[in-house]
Each structure stands twice: as structure tokens, then as C-alpha cells.
Design a protein around this ligand. Structure first.
Ligand code: NAP
Length: 271
């Protein structure tokens, strides 16, 4: 891995990149972004056909690619799998992109307990454990970078998506704490908080999606934030303003606004 800062130019050239959620959306675009000759990609996902399609695209671009099918709801299996992959090819850049989007169905009074558990595992517990497994190895090598995909939903207590916004808020706090702990050990951490990105996840949301960005755009912004070793990337920038507003508004006003927000999301397709 080379990180060179010359004449204002920043180059980040990881030899091995491991990406979870590489079978779709932002993770798949990041895989294509980093695919090039001389680089090894380790791509994780659940859907074998989509994962293999992304792997084929990346091989065409010259990368050496290994794939792994794994359900991140099984955190212990994910930790073991990471260690096996890192033993084979030490990971320079670990991108934890996999995530689940879900919210209360319109007709329901609450979210489903099983769904909230799954969101907690896939969006928070397993990525936090994987980031720690990555950090353990990277600290020993005194190099590496870890990216965690959060969401702007973490900034707001969304009554219709307590499981999603709560899991992403937990991940955000974890990422900040991890970054502070690793700063002096040569390992970087970037938290990414996207607004709406055009992917299968957001396409299930039928309400308006303001400031929608494309997945390739998102991948470029994330890669740039990694190069610049930014602690936190929020895009589009307007969501940074909304985050501040959420912090400064008096609670009764904030709660009044949040309770009036409406969103609808089609059920997830079964894998
Ligand atoms: N799209 C947006 O508007 C948006 C906004 C804010 C944050 N984000 C975050 O960005 C990340 C990427 O989302 P996306 O928009 O690219 O969504 P996506 O197209 O639905 O992709 C989600 C990825 O996560 C993987 N995944 C989901 N559940 C999994 C599980 N239990 N085990 C293993 N892998 C699992 C999926 O694998 P399979 O498809 O193979 O199951 C897929 O590769 C997520 O963390 C999401 O929360 C997205």
C-alpha cells in the first residue's frame, strides 16, 4: 500500500481491498472503482450470481478477485472468515459497505422485533466486530484503512425507522471511537454517511428521495475521502446542515417535525 503526498497530489494504492456488500449498489461500484491490474479484491456478498457478475467485471479490469458468500447476521462466522482472508492476503483497505434498509410498514404500529434484531446485527454488531478484527491485524502492520458505511439516518431519531437509524447511529459512534483509538498506530478510519444513493435499497423507498446521487458518484466520493484520510464524509453536504439543525433545535420542535415525517419502503426481496 502506498500513500504518497507530492505537490499536493495524494495517491492511495492499496494492494488488497476487502469489500463487504460487494454484490450490489455502493459496494459493487467501489469494487469496480478499485479494480485494476496488480490489485487483489476480496469481495463479500450473499447473492452468488450478482457477486460473481461484479467479480467478472473486476477481473476484466485486471484485478485478481476472490469472492465469499456470507450472511453477516452470523457475526462469529464473519470474524473467522475475515481472519482467514487476511491470513491469505493482508488487507490494506477494509470497506464495510454491506447494510440492510428497513422501516415500519405503513399499516403497522411498530417495527418487527425480528427485523430490528437483524438490522442491529448486519448494520452495527458485525461491521463493528469486523472493523475490530481488521484493526487488530492492521495495528500489527502499522498500516491500513477501514471504511464504515453509515447513513444520514443516524443523525435523526426517525420514528418509522428506529431500527435503521439506531443501528447506523451506533455504528457512527463506534467509528469515531475506533478512529481515535487507532490514530497513533498508523491505521485510518473513515465513516461515510450518505444521503439517498440510487441503488436497489433506495429503490424500495417509494417516498421522495431528495438530492439522490448515483452509485458511481458515491463510490468516487468515498474513494476520495479515503485518499484524504477524512474522518467523516457526509454527502450531499446539505445533510451536514440538517444534522446541525437536529442538534440545535429544542426537543419539542424537533420531535414535532420528526413525528410528521412520512416514508414508505417495499419489503425486502428474499435471497
Ligand atoms: N442507497 C442509499 O440511499 C443509502 C443511503 C444511506 C446509507 N446507505 C448504506 O450504504 C450501504 C450500501 O447500501 P446500498 O445502497 O448499496 O444497498 P444495496 O444495493 O441493497 O446493497 C446492500 C449490500 O449489502 C449486502 N447485505 C445485505 N444484507 C446482508 C447480510 N445479511 N449479509 C451479507 N451481506 C448483506 C447485500 O448483499 P446481497 O445483495 O448479496 O444480499 C448487498 O451487497 C449500506 O450500509 C446502506 O445502509 C445506503
Amino acid at each position: 500500500m502506498a500513500k504518497t503526498h507530492q505537490d499536493g497530489e495524494i495517491r492511495f494504492d492499496p494492494a488488497t481491498v476487502l469489500i463487504t456488500g460487494a454484490s450490489s449498489g455502493i459496494g459493487a461500484e467501489l469494487a469496480r472503482f478499485y479494480a485494476r491490474s496488480g490489485r487483489r479484491l476480496v469481495l463479500w456478498g450473499r447473492d452468488p450470481a450478482r457477486l460473481e457478475q461484479v467479480a467478472r467485471d473486476c477481473r476484466t479490469m485486471g484485478a485478481t478477485v476472490a469472492t465469499r458468500e456470507l450472511n453477516l447476521a452470523d457475526g462469529a462466522a464473519a470474524i473467522a472468515a475475515f481472519r482467514a482472508d487476511d491470513d491469505a492476503y493482508p488487507v490494506d483497505l477494509l470497506i464495510l459497505a454491506a447494510g440492510l434498509g428497513d422501516m415500519r410498514q405503513q399499516a403497522a404500529l411498530t417495527e418487527r422485533a425480528e427485523t430490528v434484531l437483524e438490522l442491529g446485527l448486519v448494520n452495527f454488531a458485525t461491521p463493528a466486530a469486523l472493523a475490530t478484527a481488521g484493526a487488530e491485524r492492521m495495528v500489527g502492520r502499522r498500516r491500513g484503512h477501514i471504511v464504515l458505511l453509515g447513513s444520514v439516518a443516524a443523525f435523526h431519531a426517525l420514528p418509522f425507522a428506529a431500527g435503521y437509524s439506531g443501528s447506523k447511529a451506533g455504528l457512527a459512534r463506534f467509528a469515531e471511537a475506533l478512529r481515535n483509538g487507532l490514530l497513533e498506530h498508523g491505521v485510518g478510519v473513515t465513516l461515510v454517511s450518505p444521503g439517498f444513493v440510487d441503488t436497489p435499497m433506495s429503490r424500495r423507498v417509494s417516498s421522495t428521495k431528495p438530492f439522490l446521487q448515483s452509485a458511481p458518484q458515491a463510490a468516487r466520493l468515498i474513494a476520495r475521502a479515503v485518499e484524504e484520510e477524512r474522518p467523516h464524509l457526509i454527502f450531499p453536504r446539505i445533510f451536514a446542515g440538517l444534522r446541525l439543525l437536529d442538534i440545535v433545535l429544542p426537543r419539542p420542535i424537533r420531535d414535532f417535525v420528526l413525528r410528521r415525517l412520512k416514508a414508505e419502503q417495499a419489503p425486502r426481496p428474499t435471497i
